[in-house]
Design a protein around this ligand. Structure first.
Ligand SMILES: *[C@@H]1O[C@H](CO)[C@@H](O)[C@H](O)[C@H]1NC(C)=O
Ligand SMILES: *[C@@H]1O[C@H](CO)[C@@H](O)[C@H](O)[C@H]1NC(C)=O
Ligand SMILES: *[C@@H]1O[C@H](CO)[C@@H](O)[C@H](O)[C@H]1NC(C)=O
Ligand SMILES: *[C@@H]1O[C@H](CO)[C@@H](O)[C@H](O)[C@H]1NC(C)=O
Ligand SMILES: *[C@@H]1O[C@H](CO)[C@@H](O)[C@H](O)[C@H]1NC(C)=O
Length: 345
């Protein structure tokens, strides 16, 4: 009897000793779950930590048993996010990212002149793979350029097979008698289309009228067109005011309208003047009159200061104004000093 009681008693003691203290709720590990999760564990109870999908643990114990002491063993478990393959470089573009870890998303953009062939963002999945295939930046292309009516394609070098890429150009020229309105060069844009085409329009000019005291020569044609040229000239003592050669402009008028201007007869009989920086005798230099546009400077006297100065004048279409300060003396007044011989002021 006694021995049975002893056994029972000692087994009770033993039970108490084995039971020890209970364990509390285990520490939380970021990105991990614990099963079973309870607030109290008996000594001998087991728990198992598992990383959440998308996270992995390094070599570390994941299974723990509640000891008699009631204190969970030190837990070094760390759950780290899975890392997707490196995707930080996109040729002819850029990648926006913080890290390549689960559950991040990274995004892509291409440089100007390139477009994204593929998705513009991918996500790192729980398996540690990108959600979609990584995109590439493909060059934007323009189709062969359209040619405006009445124009010829002059410059065109497709740089990729039959198509052009961003910034490629094509140049046009209008057919004869046609003038170009707009830019003769078009450029392949980043949108894959060409800049605005120029226009070629037929341009006619009226026959030029003959200038008074002159003539105009033009091509023997029914009609005068853009870029046709005519030549002007004047009779004997007349001078052309304007260019000799005049061109039919794209506005349908002539680039200039030259006229013939008369030369000047001089009312002064004798004078020393400045002509092109040289002292010359007016009566000799301009025996046949002065041509339209020519300039001379007359000498005048400053009586108070007893010195000379010059005043310029010009022959304009048959008229020249002699400066008022100029005094022509009679050849008889030989004792008078000419202004041109007086020291300059
Ligand atoms: C775009 O990507 C697809 C799939 O990767 C490929 O077959 C195709 O050739 C690409 N196109 C260009 C213009 O790069
Ligand atoms: C360019 O276009 C021509 C005619 O359309 C075709 O015969 C040729 O194969 C094309 N070349 C390329 C490189 O695409
Ligand atoms: C014509 O276009 C070219 C390139 O597209 C540009 O460089 C040039 O300045 C333009 N010319 C004019 C007159 O607008
Ligand atoms: C080219 O395409 C862009 C975008 O579609 C558009 O805004 C532009 O007007 C186009 N340019 C021409 C010259 O057609
Ligand atoms: C040609 O015509 C345009 C528009 O009518 C005008 O602005 C221009 O001045 C003219 N040019 C000449 C040289 O007359």
């Amino acid at each position: 009897m006694i021995s049975l009681g002893l056994i029972l008693f000692s087994s009770f003691l033993c039970h108490v000793a084995i039971a020890g203290r209970t364990c509390p709720k285990p520490d939380e590990v970021p990105f991990a779950t614990v099963v079973p999760l309870k607030s109290v564990y008996e000594p001998g109870d087991q728990i198992l930590y598992s990383c959440l999908p998308g996270y992995r643990s390094q070599l570390a114990t994941r299974r723990f048993t509640c000891p008699l002491t009631g204190i969970w063993p030190v837990n070094t478990l760390r759950c780290q996010p899975r890392v997707c393959p490196f995707a930080g470089i996109l040729e002819n573009g850029a990648v926006r990212y913080t890290t390549f870890e689960y559950p991040n998303t990274i995004s892509f953009a291409c440089n100007t002149g390139f477009y994204l062939n593929g998705t513009n963002s991918v996500k790192c999945t729980v398996e540690g793979r990108w959600s979609q295939e990584l995109p590439v930046c493909a060059p934007v292309t323009c189709p062969p350029p359209p040619v405006p009516n009445f124009a010829k394609l002059m410059v065109y070098k497709p740089s990729s097979g039959n198509s052009s890429v961003y910034r490629d150009t094509a140049g046009f020229e209008c057919l004869p008698n046609y003038a170009m309105f707009g830019n003769d060069t078009i450029t392949c844009t980043a949108h894959g289309n060409w800049t605005k085409l120029p226009e070629c329009r037929e341009v006619k000019c009226p026959f030029p009228s003959r200038p008074e005291n002159g003539f105009v020569n033009y091509p023997a044609k029914q009609t005068l067109y853009y870029k046709d040229k005519v030549i002007y000239g004047c009779h004997d003592t007349y001078v052309l005011d304007g260019p000799e050669e005049v061109e039919c402009s794209k506005l349908g008028n002539w680039s200039a309208q030259p006229s013939c201007k008369a030369s000047c007869k001089l009312s002064v009989k004798k004078a020393t003047v400045l002509y092109k920086g040289e002292r010359v005798k007016l009566q000799e230099q301009f025996k046949n009159g002065m041509l339209h546009g020519e300039k001379v400077s007359f000498f005048c006297k400053n009586k108070e200061k007893k010195c000379s100065y010059t005043e310029e004048t010009q022959c304009l279409d048959g008229t020249i104004e002699i400066p008022k300060c100029f005094k022509e003396h009679s050849s008889l007044a030989f004792w008078k000093t000419d202004a041109s011989d007086v020291q300059p002021c």
